[in-house]
Design a protein around this ligand. Structure first.
Ligand code: HEM
Length: 429
């Protein structure tokens, strides 16, 4: 038995754990471990959105293009694909990609092919929408949890190694206790979601500015290798209950602090053979929440979520090939990107983003360029958008720094670690 927090990320606590030192969890769970070189990761959700079934072949081809671009230099370490219908009955295909190094992500993002494709005028005239929702948490800002020890999905697959049985699980609040930064930081949200550019009601390109400590959860199950009994358990018990919770979050989650909730089915495409988007035996929830607290409050209190915990406790000792897992991160506002092209206004975190104080709707960004710099431990990048002034129709530009960026390095970095020195600025010129 060991702590969920890797020894290299341990530090003297200024905030206590939710349980006492002699707590023993009721069943075994594990976390992923990464090597020392892993300092900060990138979790990127690239979406293609369409409204009518007839557009699926082209939408799959667009997703195929995104997947192909992963093969370029500095592409992601791993990715998986999903399909879901959203709160407005639009279909959404997503490529979910993970990088072990934000500098590599920056280089990939800035490569000619990737940038030209995203910035092309063609993206604005196609029959579907696109989005990119990207967060880059440092290693002390995320946790994982698995009821199994091999072939981890998601970020665990990037980290590559598995812990021994861990102590911090099986009680409410254990999610927070597994996040290394929670030793010294309450991980509270700062700021609000704001429209940085564009107008969701009009469409076109929209950029949403995030804020510190948005929580992102990926909570999944796969039954790929499960036998009949476990499939029955999954289809007859877990999934119907889970779906009730997902419907609640999709329709009313905003009141609970959930900015965006997607319940997705894993799919496969083989760009060399066909692009069918065949369903795989796995599904997961992707949720963006205002804060870790809001997520925890919902998980520990909502009538559609609680039975899952009880069902899991009943089943856990006999589970063989029905696999449950979770990853939860918080991230700094400066390490988040939310961009939409011709998506409906309730897509992703755009739904809850407000027009900044002052009331003036920001002009729509027409081009964007990213500047990446490699530092010893991490990467800094800044983004520049050029605009067309909506009044004069002349090219214009804006420059400014996010007012709510908290100073780096943070005061609470665990000792023994130097701050990554990331200097991302969401600069507009
Ligand atoms: C079949 C689906 C699910 C099952 C079986 C399940 C089961 C569980 C179990 C057993 C735990 C306690 C884990 C531990 O610490 O040992 C847990 C915690 C948690 N679950 Fe779920 N869950 C499911 C879906 C979800 C979904 C969809 C969400 C979010 C939208 C969610 C959010 C959470 C959160 C936030 C916690 C941590 C609470 C805390 O530590 O304070 N779960 N779940």
């Amino acid at each position: 038995m060991e702590s969920a927090i890797d020894s290299r990320l341990k530090c003297p606590r200024t905030l206590s754990r939710r349980v006492s030192g002699d707590y023993a969890p009721p069943f075994p769970m594990f976390v992923a471990r990464g090597d020392k070189a892993l300092q900060q990761v990138v979790m990127a959700y690239f979406g293609v959105q369409y409204s009518e079934e007839g557009k699926r072949p082209q939408a799959l081809a667009a997703l195929g293009h995104i997947v192909e671009s992963f093969g370029l230099a500095d592409g992601p370490v791993r990715h998986d694909l999903t399909d879901h219908v959203d709160n407005q009955d639009h279909h959404n295909l997503m490529a979910v990609a993970y990088w072990a190094d934000p500098a590599a992500y920056c280089r990939w993002l800035r490569s000619d092919d990737v940038r030209a494709w995203w910035e092309s005028q063609e993206r604005l005239t196609e029959d579907f929408g696109y989005f990119r929702e990207v967060v880059a948490p440092r290693v002390e800002q995320f946790e994982t949890l698995y009821a199994f020890t091999e072939d981890f999905p998601g970020i665990g697959g990037v980290m590559g190694q598995c812990s021994d049985e861990i102590e911090e699980h099986g009680y409410w609040g254990s999610m927070r206790d597994r996040i290394p930064l929670s030793q010294t930081d309450r991980l509270e949200p700062f700021g609000v979601l704001e429209i940085a550019s564009g107008d969701p009601a009009v469409g076109g390109r929209v950029i949403v500015r995030g804020h510190d400590n948005i929580a992102l959860i990926r909570s999944g199950q796969d039954w790929m290798a499960a036998g009949e009994d476990e499939r029955a358990l999954s289809f007859d018990e877990f999934l119907p209950t889970l779906e009730a919770g997902m419907v609640f979050l999709q329709e009313s989650g905003g009141r609970a602090g959930c900015y965006s909730n997607r319940f997705v089915r894993s799919i496969d495409i083989d760009i060399d053979i066909d692009i069918d988007g065949n369903e795989l035996d796995g599904s997961y929830n992707i949720g963006h929440w205002r804060s870790l607290d809001a997520l925890k409050r919902w998980a520990e209190s909502h009538p559609a979520r609680l039975p899952l915990f009880v069902m899991f406790l009943r089943a856990v000792t006999s589970l063989e090939n029905l696999r449950f897992y979770r990853e939860v991160s918080v991230s700094d506002g400066k390490d988040q990107t939310f961009e939409y092209i011709n998506c409906h206004p309730r897509t992703g975190v755009m739904r809850d983003a407000v027009i900044p104080a002052g009331g003036e709707r920001p002009p729509q960004a027409v081009t964007r360029s990213d500047k990446a710099e490699q530092t010893w431990a991490s990467c800094s990048w800044s983004s520049t958008w050029s605009f067309q002034d909506p009044g004069t129709r002349r090219a214009a530009s804006l420059q400014g720094r996010r007012p709510d960026i908290r100073p780096q390095p943070r005061p609470h970095h665990p000792p023994g670690r130097v701050s990554p020195g990331t200097t991302y600025t969401l600069g507009m010129r």
